[in-house]
Design a protein around this ligand. Structure first.
Ligand SMILES: [Zn+2]
Ligand SMILES: [Zn+2]
Length: 194
């Protein structure tokens, strides 16, 4: 699962592994979502969300991936078939116990481009190792509990009409009425306010 998700994500990293474990827990009671049977609510937009999209089929494009910008390592999976929802909250202590002080320094040097070729290689090896450590801690990685939650509405398809300024088609739910009665897309409306 980690290697497959890594193909989609572009690299293998501990964050991706967190998403792999979350997906594995979600898929223990559900099938991969072909349509919208499963809904994922994610409270961050980091690496792990790519694993969730790839492995569970809860994707941005299908509308069964809901992003809440809370900056928390929390993942909620709702199963429309069973009506049940599971909330997964990361035990950060597990991640910390697998990390070394040198990891942070290495990451900083790779990020700001000052790492030598040897350091970049060492970083890739180390990050794959840390991803495997995350998988090995799967049992204790999350606090998992059932939650009662209102299911989000299924994705709907809306009609589109042309914007009065740029003439491009816009979903009716995103049209803004200007003070002069024009029907405008959001960028054109913003320009009238500049
Ligand atoms: Zn990553
Ligand atoms: Zn426009």
């Amino acid at each position: 699962m980690l290697i497959d998700a890594g193909q989609f994500h572009g690299h293998i990293c501990p964050g991706l592994a967190i998403g792999v474990v979350a997906s594995d827990i979600a898929l223990a009671n559900a099938r991969r979502s072909e349509d919208e049977e499963l809904v994922a609510i994610v409270e961050n937009d980091a690496c792990g969300v790519d694993a969730i999209q790839y492995l569970t089929g809860c994707t941005f494009g299908k509308g069964n991936l809901v992003f809440r910008d809370y900056g928390k390592s929390v993942y909620i999976f709702l199963n429309r078939v069973t009506g049940k929802a599971l909330r997964l909250s990361l035990n950060h202590s597990v991640i910390e116990s697998n990390s070394q002080p040198s990891d942070r320094i290495l990451l900083a040097r790779v990020r700001d481009g000052t790492a030598t070729r040897e350091e970049v290689n060492a970083f890739h090896v180390r990050w794959k190792q840390r991803a495997r450590d995350v998988i090995n801690c799967a049992e204790t990685l999350f606090q998992v509990k059932p939650v009662n939650i209102t299911f989000p509405e299924k994705a709907r398809i809306h009609d589109s009409i042309p914007c009065d300024t740029c003439k491009e088609q816009v979903m009716t739910t995103r049209i803004i009425r200007s003070e002069t009665g024009d029907k405008l897309c959001i960028p054109c409306y913003k320009k009238t306010k500049e």
